[in-house]
Design a binder for this molecule. Structure first.
Ligand SMILES: [Zn+2]
Length: 103
């Protein structure tokens, strides 16, 4: 019976699509260090219908189509590489320059 209850709450947890706490924390830490970068965590529907586990991705809002799998472990190191990417830095710079002109 306990097993069934656990199973139910586990499924409910999945259906709420809650971003894991460590991921929210890691993103906040990353944003604190890179205040000019615009990042967000998105969930991607699994292509496998039987598997409804949310698949998390870190997305860069400056670089359309750039999505990174979080990790390794409970970090966003996979994504941090992107923040040093030359094309990414140029996009951020262009956006900031655009904002400055409008002010
Ligand atoms: Zn980027």
């Amino acid at each position: 019976m306990n097993f069934e209850a656990d199973r139910w709450s586990f499924r409910r947890q999945l259906s709420t699509n809650q971003v894991p706490q460590w991921m929210t924390d890691a993103l906040a830490a990353l944003l604190a260090r890179h205040p000019n970068d615009r990042l967000e965590i998105v969930s991607r529907e699994s292509p496998d219908v039987a598997d409804d586990t949310p698949v998390w991705r870190v997305r860069c809002r400056d670089c359309p189509g750039k999505q990174y799998i979080p990790g390794p472990g409970e970090t966003l190191l996979n994504f941090q590489v992107h923040l040093k990417n030359r094309q990414h830095r140029r996009r951020v710079k262009t956006r900031l320059a655009g904002l400055a002109r409008r002010l």
